[in-house]
Design a protein around this ligand. Structure first.
Ligand SMILES: *[C@@H]1O[C@H](CO)[C@@H](O)[C@H](O)[C@H]1NC(C)=O
Ligand SMILES: *[C@@H]1O[C@H](CO)[C@@H](O)[C@H](O)[C@H]1NC(C)=O
Ligand SMILES: *[C@@H]1O[C@H](CO)[C@@H](O)[C@H](O)[C@H]1NC(C)=O
Ligand SMILES: *[C@@H]1O[C@H](CO)[C@@H](O)[C@H](O)[C@H]1NC(C)=O
Length: 509
């Protein structure tokens, strides 16, 4: 009622337009919002005792209504043509065009060889930094975060290489020699690189790669320099195996902006109180298992914040795995990577053992970060939708709704989303990140924005996989995870399974 009064009193110009609200086959009012001839208003239809009636509502702050998104958004994104005037204003895009980020995937298989992989599905490409479907060319000096994945065919080793120009042995490869997987596997890795204004990155896969409808092969990244206020980031790695069950000494410091990694103490010391994204990896020797954890202090005891547990011994050559998490640390708190069990493999060419991270300090967005963990395994013939998370680690901005086990996007913008996930012994892993839709409605489960799929079951123990991506999400979009039937997820109190996200760039309305 208030809206009608406000409309009548203030907006009689736009009230001059009539709108007949549509009804469905049962004659019931379809309560939706509809375009108005003047882009800065919209009609809202609702069921009133007097019938299905429309009221006119103005958009705030020079926004335009978008029927597609059912809300008032930046005129450039709304792309609405005003039919009340004859002017054809061209709206300039919001300043998002000034930051570098991209996210791409490939929808068909790759046959291997020393050539550059082409990505036909480019979802995000800000500043047009991803050129020709093949090459990340930021054209600006800065610190860049990268996430990439590949689908590995049965009985095939893996050698995927994304290396900055002039860095032949940069720790940025996925490398596996084992050929025992009898079906498709999926592997991923993340890394940080300092790049000059002439550097570029390509994705090369020397061995064949599987990528189809599930888009297992992906390549995404963003500029920390463009997105954050002050860049505080580090990236260290090991170039040889390590046999002991203690903190892993990292022999090479590839990046340590502002000196926050203590090589002797083998730990990162948080320079500020805030939210940190961390990633780490470990290699396994043929037939050997290991367990590597990211730890912090809990009073005087080490506490595991994330674990990579590779307890499968069926691999007949080198294996590796990677993962990430997000933590809130107070200034001076420490985080490190420990070999909890078994030897770890690492070599100068691939640096399977590594540790890195950055302070999440967005310059163009509200601070929205979440990291949620499972603390128990799941395995069933029936799907699990949504996948439940038992422990909420970080939930700045309340994006994660614990009661519903979904993420409800608080602000429209570009998000980095990542899933690190453990698989059960002798079992496939089949988990999708779904956007909107409804778990109860098979014909509308939602749009799949990522799929982590390990079809191979020839792993005698727990293994890990995952996927990172950058995507644009609208306020009130809902993300959830669905695990398909006949698959399994491994996680225990050491948190082998984590779902996380960060808002990188918020839409300016
Ligand atoms: C806006 O709409 C026009 C015509 O439908 C289309 O050519 C153009 O690509 C759209 N622009 C955006 C930013 O979506
Ligand atoms: C993109 O393709 C064009 C035409 O083939 C070529 O001239 C250009 O160098 C390519 N750019 C990059 C960054 O590879
Ligand atoms: C680095 O670690 C070593 C060994 O634990 C310690 O002696 C040293 O004080 C640490 N340096 C800093 C700057 O914290
Ligand atoms: C599974 O791996 C084992 C150990 O490497 C190998 O001997 C066996 O042939 C594999 N089984 C299948 C079904 O591929």
């Amino acid at each position: 009622m208030k809206l009608i009064l406000a409309c009548a009193a203030l907006l009689c110009v736009s009230c001059a337009y009539e709108f007949d609200c549509p009804t469905d086959v049962h004659g019931d009012c379809i309560e939706r919002r509809y375009a108005h001839p003047d882009c800065s208003y919209y009609f809202r239809c609702y069921d009133d005792p007097s019938g299905c009636i429309a009221i006119v509502i103005p958009c705030q702050d020079d926004l335009h209504f978008s029927p597609k998104y059912q809300e008032c958004i930046h005129p450039y994104h709304a792309n609405c043509t005003d039919s009340t005037t004859t002017s054809t204003t061209q709206f300039t895009p919001p300043p998002v065009e000034d930051v570098s980020a991209f996210s791409a995937a490939r929808s068909y298989d790759w046959y291997g060889g020393d050539a550059i992989v082409y990505f036909d599905q480019v979802d995000v490409n800000l500043r047009e930094c991803f050129k020709n479907g093949t090459t990340f060319v930021p054209g600006r000096e800065g610190v860049y975060f990268m996430s990439f994945s590949g689908g590995i065919p049965s009985r095939t080793p893996v050698h995927i290489k994304i290396r900055p120009t002039n860095w032949p042995n940069y720790p940025s490869t996925i490398y596996r020699e084992s050929t025992t997987a009898e079906d498709i596997n999926m592997m991923y890795r993340t890394f940080l690189a300092g790049m000059s204004d002439t550097d570029y990155l390509n994705y090369k896969s020397f061995e064949p790669m599987e990528s189809g409808e599930s888009l297992q092969a992906s390549f995404a990244g963003f500029s920390l320099t463009d997105m954050f206020h002050e860049v505080k980031a580090f990236y260290v790695a090991r170039e040889e195996p390590f046999e002991f069950n203690q903190r892993i000494p990292m022999s090479r410091i590839f990046m340590d902006i502002e000196d926050n990694y203590n090589k002797t103490g083998r730990e990162f010391i948080a320079p500020e109180t805030g939210i940190y994204y961390f990633f780490f990896g470990a290699g396994q020797q043929s037939g050997k298992t290991n367990r590597v954890a990211l730890q912090t202090w809990d009073e005087e005891f080490p506490k595991t914040e994330a674990e990579l547990w590779m307890n499968s011994d069926s691999h007949n050559g080198l294996e590796m795995a990677s993962r990430s998490t997000i933590l809130r640390l107070t200034a001076g708190e420490r985080a490190w990577v420990t070999a909890v069990e078994g030897p770890v493999e690492s070599m100068v060419d691939h640096c399977q053992v590594y540790f890195g991270g950055f302070w999440y300090n967005p310059a163009h967005a509200t601070t929205i970060a979440f990291a949620v963990h499972r603390t128990s395994p799941w395995q069933s013939a029936m799907p699990l939708d949504p996948v439940e998370f038992h422990e909420v680690g970080v939930n700045q901005g309340n994006a994660f709704n614990h009661a519903a086990n979904v993420v409800i996007i608080p602000k429209s913008g570009y998000y980095y989303i990542e899933l690190s996930i453990g698989s059960m012994p002798h079992t496939t892993l089949d988990v999708e990140i779904l956007l909107n839709g409804n778990p109860e409605t098979p014909e509308n489960l939602g749009e799949r924005i990522a799929h982590v799929s390990v079809e191979s079951t020839n792993h005698t123990g727990v293994a890990t996989s995952g996927r990172g991506l950058i995507t644009h999400l609208w306020q009130n979009d809902i993300l959830r995870l669905r695990a398909n039937g006949l698959s399994g997820i491994f996680s225990d109190l050491n948190k082998q399974t984590t779902w996380m996200g960060l808002l990188l760039y918020e839409d300016y309305y």
